[in-house]
Design a protein around this ligand. Structure first.
Ligand SMILES: Cc1cc2nc3c(=O)[nH]c(=O)nc-3n(C[C@H](O)[C@H](O)[C@H](O)COP(=O)(O)OP(=O)(O)OC[C@H]3O[C@@H](n4cnc5c(N)ncnc54)[C@H](O)[C@@H]3O)c2cc1C
Length: 291
């Protein structure tokens, strides 16, 4: 049982927060919605056991808001899933993100939990990660002395590991607005219909022209160690004719691609046919909506 008390700080703007982080050590953690941090502290998880200072970032206006900036939809790191679900830009331009957010936890969780909390925690089952990857999202990161923007793919390093340093904060996530020729879908499989940890997630975004796959972006979550783009599969599919036989070939190749990443596991025997079937159904539904 931990005996130390935790100090909580409430910076009122970004520069105040960055000053606090400038000489931060591993015992300082950012808290946004707290739906991972608080459970992590309570369960004495290795990542949170040494926490002595929590910095609550909910009062920082610079990391809130959803708006168009330079042809991208810029989402403040501290936007909650409920904020995102209420936003028309997200509903109209980024329907896969909307669908993934609507599948997270329960209303109570969505009212607290934030988008950055989801991908900074980087659990294998983080539901927004596969959709943000197919949308080619980038992450804005700031410290007192620097500001950088990198792709989400680069930011995510391994289960519960990212590129973020202790003196940095994620301020925004930027998502290029996809052309209307892209049609996509997101699928989440859990053990029950709500408040369910994902066992398998897939996101697919496809641009078909004249019966040919011009561009396809495919990302998995939960079934791979972290959310990841399946670039081998994407390359194989591009330029191919859209038909049922090809979708079946692509779906069976999806299995090979996942084994390449994860190796053969005890669960592969039942998970792979499910992934292949989910992927095939996603492709069919996208094809039908593209007609
Ligand atoms: C009952 C329950 C159900 C859940 N269901 C789902 C689900 O269906 N799908 C799913 O994906 N997740 C689910 N989760 C997990 C969790 O709600 C999400 O991962 C959520 O997005 C975390 O956001 P948060 O704001 O609560 O993060 P916090 O707990 O506040 O923080 C999480 C991590 O991110 C860091 N962090 C947060 N914001 C920033 C920032 N701006 N810059 C730098 N670091 C930051 C924190 O330091 C911490 O390491 C569930 C959790 C619970 C308790």
């Amino acid at each position: 049982m931990r005996s130390t008390t935790i100090e909580i700080l409430f910076p009122r703007n970004l520069s105040e927060a960055l000053s606090i982080f400038s000489d931060a050590k591993e015992n300082l953690k950012i808290i946004a919605g707290g739906t991972d941090v608080v459970t992590g502290i309570q369960q004495e998880s290795k990542r949170f056991i040494d926490t002595e200072v929590l910095v609550d970032i909910n009062r920082i206006p610079e990391i809130k808001g959803i708006e168009v900036r330079k042809k991208k939809i810029s989402v403040g790191a501290a936007e909650t899933f409920s904020d995102i679900l209420r936003n028309n830009l997200i509903q109209n331009e980024l329907p896969l993100l909307w669908k993934a957010c609507s599948s997270i936890g329960s209303v109570q969780i969505r009212n607290r939990a934030t988008i950055a909390g989801n991908f900074v925690n980087n659990a294998p089952c983080a539901d927004t990660v596969p959709v943000l990857l197919v949308y080619n999202a980038t992450v804005e990161i700031e410290s007192l002395s620097s500001k950088r923007e990198i792709s989400l793919q680069e930011f995510l390093q391994g289960p519960y590991k990212t590129q973020l340093n202790v003196n940095e904060i994620v301020t925004r996530i930027n998502i290029p607005i996809p052309s209307k020729t892209f049609v996509g879908d997101f699928y989440k499989l859990g053990r029950r219909r709500a408040v369910s940890i994902s066992r398998i997630t897939l996101a697919v975004l496809m641009d078909m022209r004249g019966g040919i796959i011009d561009e396809i972006r495919i990302a998995s979550g939960a079934v791979t160690p972290i959310g990841a783009r399946l670039t081998g599969l994407e390359k194989f599919a591009e330029g191919k004719e859209v038909n049922d036989r090809f979708f079946k070939t692509l779906a069976s190749k999806m299995g090979e691609e996942i084994i390449k990443i994860t190796g053969l596991r005890w669960s592969s025997e039942y998970k792979l046919p499910v992934v292949q079937q989910m992927f095939y159904q996603l492709l069919k539904s996208i094809e039908q909506r593209s007609l």
